[in-house]
Design a protein around this ligand. Structure first.
Ligand code: IFM
Length: 444
């Protein structure tokens, strides 16, 4: 089986997120989230799709956990919908929401699967967005309070916590580019930098709060990171690649691991900086037990004077691309892992998401022969195995995703699952990639 070598302790699993799979949006007292509002706004999501039903995981979670077990998952990463716990973002706790996740945790543990819980995977309660969402500094306390309630309820059994999923995405795409909820746009980076700063401070405070509540907890954050290559060796392109890396990677890594924003980016965005209060950077710099990385592609950057506030854009090298238009480039995963280890020395690294969207076909006998996804996974598993061989403390790998699901503004048009979902019947079919994953997970 090629040259895959993982230590016996390596943790294989899959990842999902609440809004993308749960459905049941009006059940058991759940409040509205920004993704309910956004997806119901005409023109925002392809085909008018919403998460109202999604994969109906809210009703089928026991079967889905059986599926995880059949795939030999040792670990499972899922997120909590804030609006199930606090329908209005804060105030009275909705006990039914806590009970839903508590039962899931029990079922996972009964099946020998360790839960990894993400506290925020983009579905902000709409009530908090009505108060300016992540732009308002007070949201930091709202988040910490929400996290505390969840951790108090589950922390006796859940020992692995991820504060945020991909803060770059929900701040830049939600508050500057406008193609994710809440759909705001700006022609300066300030709203992204301000909302990201609030999320980072909330992260640091939550790390400390979780440790105080659950002394044996492992706490980390998940960042969306990528290897960046320059398009040419011209100085302008080399500098553009450095800026792109600052924009996508270092703006988050530096404060978390070094306690300051990167100096070159502070200079570049001098006129657009967020309000930073005394003590904030030390809070953000709270030691984490692990770094989670979501990584799918590399970026090849070139100088582009037409791109405001960055003067850097992407080129599309020849090669293979997924349905998302993302380059298939496993060498980038190896390079990224090596670089994170040498530059930031996290105690442990998890790949908290990696996978690919391809156009799948369900055969009449219920098979999905997704050989391109199998090849994508094999290439990335090899890169991960080489990184471990070369000293990177990579301890686990969560494939994105368990199920085909609601892919945000693309609706159900992009399939990332290693299990196919027929959205007409909601029936699940394990794809060839699921079978391949199960073999690898069993062999480790
Ligand atoms: O579906 C998303 C997920 O919610 C966050 N990371 C990237 C995935 C694929 O786009």
């Amino acid at each position: 089986m090629s040259d895959l070598q993982f230590p016996a302790s390596f943790l294989w699993g899959t990842a999902t997120a609440a809004y993308q799979i749960e459905g049941g949006v009006n059940e058991d007292g759940r409040g509205a989230s920004i993704w309910d509002t956004f997806s119901k706004t005409p023109g925002r999501v392809e085909n008018g799709d919403t998460g109202d039903v999604a994969c109906d995981h809210f009703h089928r979670w026991r079967d889905d956990i059986a599926l995880l077990k059949s795939l030999n998952c040792k670990v499972y990463r899922f997120s909590i919908a804030w609006a199930r716990i606090f329908p209005n973002g804060r105030g009275a706790v909705n006990e039914a929401g806590l009970q839903f996740y508590s039962s899931m945790v029990d079922e996972l543990l009964a099946n020998g699967i360790t839960p990894y819980v993400t506290l925020y995977h983009w579905d902000l309660p709409q009530a908090l967005q009505d108060e300016d969402g992540w732009k308002r500094r007070g949201i930091i306390d709202d988040f910490v309070n929400y996290a505390e309630i969840v951790v108090r309820a589950l922390g006796d059994r859940v020992k692995h916590w991820i504060t945020f999923n991909e803060p770059w995405v929900f701040t830049w795409v939600g508050y500057v580019f406008g193609t994710h909820a809440p759909g705001e746009t700006a022609n300066v980076p300030t709203p992204a930098l301000q909302t990201a700063h609030h999320a980072l401070v909330a992260h640091g405070k939550t790390v400390e709060r979780i440790r105080a509540l659950v002394p044996d907890a492992q706490v980390g954050i998940t960042l969306d990171l990528m290897h960046v290559d320059p398009a040419t060796m011209r100085p302008t392109d080399l500098e553009a690649a450095t800026r792109y890396d600052g924009f996508r990677n270092r703006w988050f890594l530096d404060p978390i691991f070094r306690g300051h924003y990167p100096a070159d980016m502070l200079a570049l965005w001098e006129e657009h900086l967020p309000n930073i209060e005394p003590g904030d950077m030390a809070i953000i710099n709270a030691p984490v037990d692990f770094l989670g990385i979501n990584t799918y592609f590399r970026v090849v950057a070139q100088h582009d004077g037409t791109v405001p506030y960055l003067q850097a854009g992407q080129v599309r090298p020849p090669g293979e691309y997924t349905e998302m238009g993302w380059e298939v480039y496993p060498q980038g995963l190896y390079a990224l892992l090596k670089r994170l280890h040498s530059d930031y020395r996290p105690k442990a690294i998890y790949i908290t998401e990696n996978g690919a969207a391809f156009a799948d076909t369900l055969t009449e006998d219920g098979q999905v022969h997704d050989e391109r996804r199998v090849a994508y996974l094999r290439g990335h598993f090899e890169a991960a195995s080489h990184a471990i061989r070369d000293g990177v403390p990579l301890v686990g790998y969560f494939v994105w995703s368990l199920l085909d699901n609601f892919e945000w503004s693309f609706g159900y048009s992009k399939r990332f699952g290693i299990v196919y979902v027929d959205f007409a019947t909601l029936k699940r079919y394990v794809k060839d990639s699921g079978k391949y994953f199960a073999e690898i997970a069993a062999a480790t």
